[in-house]
Design a protein around this ligand. Sequence first.
Ligand code: OXD
Ligand code: MN
Length: 589
Amino acid sequence: MSTPLEKWVEKQADLMKPKKVYWCDGSEEEAHRLIEIGISQEKINGTPIFIELNHKNWPNAYLHRSHPTDVARTEHLTYVCHPNKEIAGPNNNWMEPVEAKERLKHLSKGCMRGRTMYVLPYMMGHPDSPYSKACIQVTDVSYVAISMRIMTRMTKSVIDKIGNSEDFVKGIHSVGDLDPQKRFIMHFPDEHLVWSIGSGYGGNALLGKKCFSLRIASWLGFKEGWLAEHMIIIGIEDPTGNITYVAAAMPSACGKTNLAMLESVLPGYKIWTIGDDIAWMNIGEDGRLYAINPETGFFGVAPGTSMSTNPNIIRTLKRDMFYPVLFTNTALDTSTNEPWWEGLDGGMPKNLLNWQGRIFNPLSDGKAAHPNSRFTVSITQCPTLSGEFDNPRGVPISAIIFGGRRAKLTPLVFESFNWHHGVFNAARMGSETTAAAIHQVGVVRRDPMAMLPFCGYNMADYFQHWLNIDKRCSNPPKIFFVNWFRTDEVGDFIWPGFKENIRVLKWVIERLIPNKIGARETPIGFIPHFKDLELSGLDISKENIERLFEINPDEWKTELLGVRDFFKQFGNRMPKEIWDEFENLKKRL
Ligand code: OXD
Ligand code: MN
């Protein structure tokens, strides 16, 4: 008798007609085999899936080039198919679930012909954690199978864990013919199902990541009383050896990975890494929020990454522990067979192929690496990995930090007055857009809690869920906001960022200690007294420090006009407490 899992896999194979079905066991031996297949047999559009890189300088590293039209998440083709549109909210594309499935079935008929269907059994979260989820994804690309092995706990024991149960998270993925007109990433939250066709890229294809661990998990969190968030999780060790755990949310490509493994410039401070993208947070018996990272790898943006901006990720990438490391859409130095991207140490090599494999001419060709080119690497290689990473209960979170990319308006750091005020501020967050998703880059868009592309239900209900947390959480984290991206009058960043951000984290953790340091009250929240900020050794003028903390009421009034329009689209579903905070801020300005 076959199990519900086997029947489900059979049903997908009947529809998509792969030439064979292969169940992955997640072993290293298997990873070697799949890489070999990806180098010598499997192709997308005539291009091999993997190119072996220089293993002396980049151990176990391979390059993957995606289809030129398939280089980032495609939010306009991403749908959340609740039974009705209201539940999905104006923040999601919606399609009626029966219609959505009909479309997907039509597009999927025979789509794996001539290809292998890989069946991937994996856990999101540690198997011993009460919060972890057993998942299965089918895919027709070895790149996705290998990436999922890096990003999740993939083992065949998940199949035993699922056993005869129908209760497993389902992901169906095929690159189809990569036609953007036939590309869909569809979520069926009540069925714990994601169905994605037409893209092999990142969040569109690694279905355990954004699709399940954020869009569907956020919906589960709403129904079950927990939070699935677009957040890093770190421990901040101070010179006394005390470690404070903090979660931080920032929109895509705003420096989360750098912050997650920051190398401190302040003696005695050290960051311990637990996660760089996703946090699942549950309320513990002691009334605190506990966070786990459901993933096991980093899928980070390559351009701008170097020994000076993030030495710990370069060390992670070169560590030689876990097989393999992937680079996607970076350039290739043909003299040394090494990956290359803008911002990497050592200047631009002479002989480069661009991310599409064409000879690169720096005078006429723009960027050699795609701006959203990525690395995929196991977190186990990270030299700052926290000893708490595998703790099934997670770590107690004392502060939540929200950040955005704003040239003006928001100060380097401020603290909210209380939980509701913090939730309001997170709900009105805006950030200048980046290349992580396909849209115009550099315009301000509202991105509440950095979750706009990832909240799997109506955001007004999500805000209410956040507001309710402190009713059930007797000891909720304090809420802070940061902005590393403020510019001066000629448009240069004022704050050096990266390693220097520890100075801001130091202030944050000191504010958590009762009566340790005071703060200045402003209309938008508490900002530091300059004497409490450790700024020694920094080359920033006093005038620019003041500019970093300037709160311009006119700019804020203009901001509130945009915030009002954003909130209004949620109609009377929008919580009253959020509007109350909006009015309070208007009065204070
Ligand atoms: C990511 C993203 O890939 O947020 O993490 O886009
Ligand atoms: Mn992300």
